[in-house]
Design a protein around this ligand. Structure first.
Ligand code: ZN
Length: 245
């Protein structure tokens, strides 16, 4: 490792975001069966765009619709196999739609990766308390699992969301004060987020941005505001920016 890179990593650890230790035991997660949904093709849609949006492979969409190539028509209704539109959101929706929700507070939604191969809300919470000296614990408002220590695509609601308090997911106090932090478990410098994680992330961001905040917030990822690799080069940044522009 280059010395400069080493120093950069050390300083990121000190900043208190996006670097947590590898956890011990790996719990097996079961993935829920989800119902099919359909997608009405609009101008500009491509199979790969639709695939990203629902977290379902292009091959699965082709198979479910008897398509041979990439040709789709505006107005066509495609079956999206195994992607209920809110399948990842539904189990936690009542814990997201809380009565003390503070719409005035949140101006940004910031995406992160954990920079670790595994983890869950409890593991990151413990780490933030013990090693980052963060009395409010888990710095993110939401965690989206990758099937290691929580389900693949499982959304965990953090205590900071329940209490509607500032995040601890970036270095900037200003951004922590007005930004919702969502962390996908994984190191996306090395691996790709799972299809379920992207589907869950899409559902969560859309719900927060469009439904809860009526569009009055920006979608960002960590490296757009601070010097960091987070959320990693394999995070589908362009697609997410298009979705949440
Ligand atoms: Zn980050």
């Amino acid at each position: 490792m280059e010395r400069r890179e080493f120093i950069k990593r050390i300083s990121l650890v000190a900043f208190g975001a996006c670097a947590v230790p590898a956890a011990g035991s790996q719990l097996l997660a079961s993935s829920d069966e989800t119902a099919n949904t359909t997608h009405l093709v609009r101008s500009g849609d491509t199979l790969s765009h639709i695939s990203r949006r629902y977290g379902v492979s292009v091959a699965s969409i082709r198979r479910a619709n008897g398509l041979n190539g990439d040709l789709i028509r505006v107005g066509q209704r495609l079956i999206i196999p195994g992607a209920g539109t809110s399948s990842f959101l539904d189990p936690v929706k009542s814990r997201i739609d809380i009565s003390n929700f503070n719409a005035e507070r949140w101006k940004n939604i910031i995406g992160h990766h954990s920079a670790t191969g595994n983890g869950n809300a409890e593991i990151f919470d413990r780490f933030h308390r013990r090693h980052r000296n963060m009395p409010n614990g888990l710095g993110y408002h939401f965690i989206i699992g990758n099937g290691t220590n929580s389900g693949d695509g499982e959304i965990e609601v953090g205590d900071r969301w329940t209490r509607q308090i500032q995040g601890g997911h970036v270095s900037s106090l200003a951004y922590n004060n007005n930004s919702i932090g969502i962390c996908l478990v994984g190191n996306f410098e090395n691996t790709r987020p799972t299809g379920n994680q992207i589907a869950a992330f899409t559902q969560l961001v859309r719900h927060l941005k469009d439904t809860k905040l009526k569009g009055n917030c920006r979608f960002l990822v960590h490296r757009e505001i601070e010097t960091t690799l987070c959320p990693g080069r394999h995070f589908p940044l362009q697609q997410m920016q298009q979705l949440f522009a």
